[in-house]
Design a protein around this ligand. Structure first.
Ligand SMILES: Cc1cc2nc3c(=O)[nH]c(=O)nc-3n(C[C@H](O)[C@H](O)[C@H](O)COP(=O)(O)OP(=O)(O)OC[C@H]3O[C@@H](n4cnc5c(N)ncnc54)[C@H](O)[C@@H]3O)c2cc1C
Length: 356
């Protein structure tokens, strides 16, 4: 989030420094890269769906500009996603999701058991139906980070920062004065943001599905995201944690459940090679929506928050960066952004507004 905002601000002519001891190593490192406003849509989150669609529409031009400027292909792919159900209860949830998409004017195609397996013959014969979401996309977040680091160059200072009244202080004692500090520290150090742990597995197979699969099998959720060269991303667990908990580590229980469900969905994964198991904390917020905009500052530097993007930070990066840039310039923000201002949680205690 910080890198994308920095890129947008640099392109708008601002003098920008990114302070991060390990850029791209947080939640973004784990992310599957689904750009899936339709796949993630749920009741009560209709504005988040709209914000996601707004950001999805910005991805093609963002990706091509970034790839052109960095010479790194970020692997943006269309191709849609399949919702897959393992039994009648799971299918009922697919039907409910489709009703919500219908009410919101989002394209989808409901599929019976046979139609589903015609679209993806690698699916287990035990799947009972689903839906096709033609507009969801995917990107490789690690390539996006590499591309952003390449274009930002020495504007990125690899040090932890602490917010000060007039800017930030770095670990080595350097003080950087700033008119605006954009706070984008992921799951830690932001008001209202809490860590929601996710474990994810990367495998290689000769039997990868043709498009993203998002399945519920007897209540267990799993998604499978095919990438280049037979790499497939299998995710992801979700577990609430306190900010003081140990750093995220993959657990036997979480990974076993993921792999079992993925193998039940796609029997061909039986012989896949395990490449990597990763755990990271998503930046969760009280209503699952991001926090984008001003937060109180007790000094001359203005504080803007770009955080709490929870399960959709990759999707929401372009619209968030455009919004931060608009706030800095005093321009109108992109559609639906205002609904995600941090002060929407005003009823909560003032102490929680401070940033570390
Ligand atoms: C398993 C998993 C799968 C996911 N899949 C998807 C997906 O398919 N699609 C999608 O859209 N989203 C997905 N997400 C969510 C997405 O990854 C996050 O919403 C997004 O990466 C958040 O970006 P961020 O920059 O806010 O946080 P992070 O990526 O965590 O980055 C925060 C950065 O802040 C730095 N930092 C922290 N404290 C300081 C400090 N004091 N000073 C300086 N720097 C600091 C850290 O070093 C880190 O680099 C997934 C997340 C997980 C965990």
């Amino acid at each position: 989030m910080g890198l994308t905002c920095a890129d947008e601000l640099v392109r708008a002519g601002h003098d920008v420094t990114v302070c991060d001891p390990s850029p791209g190593a947080g939640a973004t490192y784990a992310a599957a890269g689904m750009l899936a406003p339709a796949g993630e849509a749920w009741f009560g989150e209709e504005l988040l769906l709209r914000l996601g669609q707004e950001s999805l529409a910005r991805w093609p031009s963002f990706a091509s500009s970034l790839s052109e400027r960095s010479n790194i292909d970020v692997d943006l792919r269309a191709g849609g996603a399949l919702l897959v159900a393992g039994d009648r209860d799971d299918l009922e949830e697919v039907h409910r999701a489709c009703r919500l998409l219908d009410d919101s004017g989002v394209r989808f195609e409901e599929l019976g058991r046979r139609e589903l397996r015609v679209r993806e013959p690698r699916l287990s014969s035990r799947t009972v139906g689903g839906a096709f979401l033609p507009d969801d996309k995917q990107v490789n977040p690690r390539r996006v980070v590499d591309a952003l680091l390449a274009v930002l160059g020495d504007r990125v200072v690899r040090q932890r920062a602490v917010v000060r009244k007039d800017g930030v202080a770095l670990e080595d004692g350097t003080r950087l004065r700033a008119d605006v500090v954009v706070l984008a520290t992921g799951a830690t150090g932001l008001p209202r943001v809490r860590p929601v742990r996710g474990e994810i597995v990367r495998v290689r197979t000769t039997d990868a599905p043709a498009c993203v699969l998002r399945a519920r099998l007897h209540g267990e959720r799993v998604y499978v995201v095919p990438r280049r060269d037979g790499e497939v991303v299998i995710g992801a667990t979700e577990e609430e944690h306190s900010t003081n908990d140990v750093a995220p580590i993959p657990t036997v229980g979480g990974v076993a459940r993921l792999l079992e469900t993925a193998r039940a969905l796609l029997p061909g994964l039986e012989t896949a090679q395990i490449l990597e198991i990763t755990a990271r904390d998503r930046p969760g917020s009280p209503d699952n929506g991001p926090l984008i905009g001003d937060v109180p500052s007790d000094g001359p530097a203005r504080h803007l928050l770009a955080g709490g993007h929870y399960r959709g930070g990759v999707l929401l990066a372009p619209v968030t960066a455009a919004a931060i840039c608009a706030y800095v310039a005093g321009r109108e923000t992109p559609p639906f952004v205002d609904a995600f201002a941090p002060d929407r949680f005003n009823a909560l205690n003032r102490d929680e507004d401070s940033c570390t």
